[in-house]
Write a protein that binds this ligand. Sequence first.
Ligand code: HEM
Length: 342
Amino acid sequence: MTKDLEHIPTNEQQDIASLEKMLQAKMNRDYLPPASIQRDAHPKQHGLVKAQFIVEDDLPTQLKIGIFKQPHSYKTWIRFSNQNSDPQVDNVKDIRGMAMKLMGVSGEKLLEEEKHATTHDFILISTPMFVTKNVEQFEKLIAALVSSKLRVLLFFLFHPRALLNLFRSNKNYPNPLAARYWSTTPYRFGDKVVKYSAKPNDNDFGELPKNPADNYLRSALSNYLDNKDISFDFMVQLQKDSKSMPIEDPGKRWSETESPFIKVATIRIPRQKFDSPEQFAYGTSLSFNPWHALPEHLPLGGINRARKVIYQAISKFRHEKNGTKRQEPVDFSPFEETNETA
Ligand code: HEM
């Protein structure tokens, strides 16, 4: 079934191998010892927070799939980040990340090496469209970025939609909780195909700071969660048409008029203190991967196929270089439960 949905270009494997090689060389260049190696993408973390992922209890039968089969509340870590591979100051326009790791999810997962892990990840960014159409274009973009400004210019000259997507996606926010997030890439949902999105149920975040501190997004997150809880709607958008809502082009936004998002869960982030150095380091050590997933939610399309190889390789690479252990959490330990997440 999936074979009919996906169209794998003949050169994709070479492009993925080339990407992996370039990213490792770039990380070696960016982080000279004794500095520890950070993620190549989304290195700057605003915070790792505790949440509950609460599946709706009255879903229609067609949406009772995998994680959403029955009402349940999953303990969840959420890591908020900036995308840029340079951990720069927060007031530079950027794409922001919201990576969720649900715990206590039973059933074999897709990644062979971690098939017995009880985690399931949903990885979202603050834009509905990925920068490039496919792996070939992304490989060309990275090759240009690690080469010269002239090559970057030429890349965008020949790929104007990628430039437009980037221009539309790079933004400033008063708080990481103020952004809406999307998967951009599609996933199976049983015998259907969906994209994911998470939308905050609050819009009272005030203006952007006038004189923003370097890490103002972390302070804003911390100040908010010192005082109140927040919830997000977690939603799916069903693919209705394979031409206007393609699988092999996450650079194209699927129209919400053609297929509106449907709420399937509530993400509840209770009031909490999250910014201890220990919890910050723990967030850095975690590895999020769209393939940490149940087979019912199989990642689809070339960009997701590339991520299957690259996220594991890059996560292993940074952990080996840093002498840290890769492991999937089973609950919030070694950190304390808050009443609301217990
Ligand atoms: C071929 C395309 C892509 C490549 C090569 C790539 C590469 C990476 C790498 C190397 C990491 C760090 C992994 C680690 O060290 O653990 C990462 C993290 C991340 N990526 Fe991608 N990525 C791609 C596409 C995407 C897409 C489509 C999204 C959209 C949701 C995305 C969102 C994220 C986020 C939010 C993180 C941070 C996760 C965390 O908090 O740990 N990436 N990516």
